[in-house]
Design a protein around this ligand. Structure first.
Ligand code: ARG
Length: 418
């Protein structure tokens, strides 16, 4: 009998897929459940797997590696898809895909399987990552091809086999979550004009219901990696968990995004990502203090490329690998602390400091101890403006294409002699 390793959360969709694979495809199903924090797998997931027909159930605590190898490199790169989505879901897929391949090799399985449908990004991420790691492995996605059950039919299918339907939480939303964020879609959210109902959110309070008094938090970074909260060193998983709790309490981290999926569909997604929003805000602020303007400009291109590659599921590509190398190297000097204020759903920077700061008060000040050479500005500007004077000499001054404005504006003239 063929053997398949199924990515399994303990929810309704993957439980039904588990039973389906065994009954309809006649395969031996081994499940793999990866805990990537944030309630990503259900309690009792191994028992649920066996109840759904699996012969073995692997449960892996992937939280530490997830944060260190996937989440934090993405934070260092300021990578957010379309500038807004911190990519909790997208970042977990390559880790889960790699573990699927490793378990498949250990179990001498012929295929891996996942519970993704044929409309989303996650199927692409799983399939592409698995094949990049082991081109011989077959990838089966019963919800994409073969199973074809509506949500109601899934519930019936599960009930008939005594599989718990608690996985369907009855919310009408499709939810994916891990410690970097919670992704919520479908149901009433499919109308982009519709205000997200309160029940969409479980990690964040409504900004209006957050504490009246704002709070401040200091995040310490070493080489662009967050290492402390309020001066106290904190390990990665705990650091993210703590900021999720703190941010959530102040209503920070809600994102409403019309997102362009890889498969060509625009979709409306709600995210809750308090820690991600706080840490991205802090990291960008510290880079502003410690990197040159040329690095900052170039890094914006890198952020976009890295975000796109992550979102598109080409984590195991040469491009993605080499961009990560660049980012890690460029983060050498991103050391220091950022102080942030959390206030009714907003997070704002109120201070930053670094031993590697490029900010020089002697140069910036308007006080008497100013060290900047004002006279040198004259020569600098003469050279800087040279191309424009050359253009004007060749093609005529800008009066050839702009127009006088003074006559179009109300002017009050006061004459000392009158
Ligand atoms: N749109 C996001 C992504 O592609 C999240 C999808 C998560 N799935 C869900 N059922 N909400 O990364």
């Amino acid at each position: 009998m063929k053997k398949v390793v199924l990515a399994y959360t303990g929810g309704l969709d993957t439980s039904v897929a588990c039973a389906w694979l065994r009954e309809h495809d006649g395969v031996d199903v081994v499940t793999l459940s990866v805990d990537v924090g944030g309630g990503s797998i259900r309690d009792g997931v191994a028992d649920a797997a066996l109840a759904a027909g699996a012969s073995k159930a692997y449960v892996v605590d992937g939280r530490d590696r997830f944060v260190r190898d996937f989440v934090f490199p993405s934070l260092q790169a300021n990578a957010r898809y379309q500038g807004v989505y911190p990519m909790a879901t997208a970042l977990a897929r390559p880790l889960i895909a790699q573990l699927l391949v490793e378990v498949a090799e250990r179990e001498r399985a012929d295929a891996v399987a996942h519970g993704c449908t044929g409309k989303g990004n996650d199927q692409v991420r799983f399939d592409v990552a698995v094949r990049a790691l082991d081109p011989k492995l077959e990838v089966i996605a019963p919800r994409r091809v073969g199973m074809g059950l509506s949500p109601d039919q899934e519930v019936t299918f599960a009930r008939e086999r005594g599989i718990s339907v608690a996985g369907g939480d009855g919310s009408g939303y499709s939810i994916d979550q891990n410690l970097w964020g919670r992704s919520i879609e479908t149901g009433v959210l499919e109308d982009p004009w519709q205000t997200p109902p309160a029940d969409v959110y479980t990690w964040t309070v409504a900004p209006g219901a957050s504490p009246a008094i704002p709070t401040e938090v200091i995040i310490g970074f070493s080489r662009g990696l967050p290492v402390s909260i309020d001066g106290e060193p904190v390990e990665p998983v705990e650091l993210v968990d703590r900021l999720n709790t703190l941010g959530g309490r102040h209503g920070v981290g809600r994102i409403d995004h019309i997102e362009d999926r890889l498969v060509g569909i625009k979709s409306r997604e709600i995210y809750e990502a308090p820690a991600a929003v706080i840490l991205h805000t802090a990291h960008v602020a510290l880079e502003g203090l410690t990197l040159s303007k040329e690095q900052l400009r170039f890094n914006r291109l890198v952020s976009d490329e890295l975000a796109q590659a992550t979102y598109d599921g080409i984590w195991f590509s040469a491009l993605h690998r080499d961009l990560r190398e660049y980012v890690a190297s460029a983060q050498r000097v991103v050391n220091g602390e950022v102080r942030l204020r959390l206030d009714h759903g907003t997070v704002s920077i109120v201070g930053r400091r670094s031993d590697d700061s490029l900010y020089d008060r002697a140069l910036a000040t308007y006080d008497a101890d100013d060290a900047f050479d004002h006279a040198a500005a004259v020569g600098f500007i003469r050279i800087f403006g040279l191309p424009l004077r050359t253009e004007a000499a060749r093609h005529g001054s800008a009066w050839s294409w702009t127009r006088p404005l003074l006559s179009e504006m109300p002017v009050t003239l006061t004459d000392a002699s009158s």
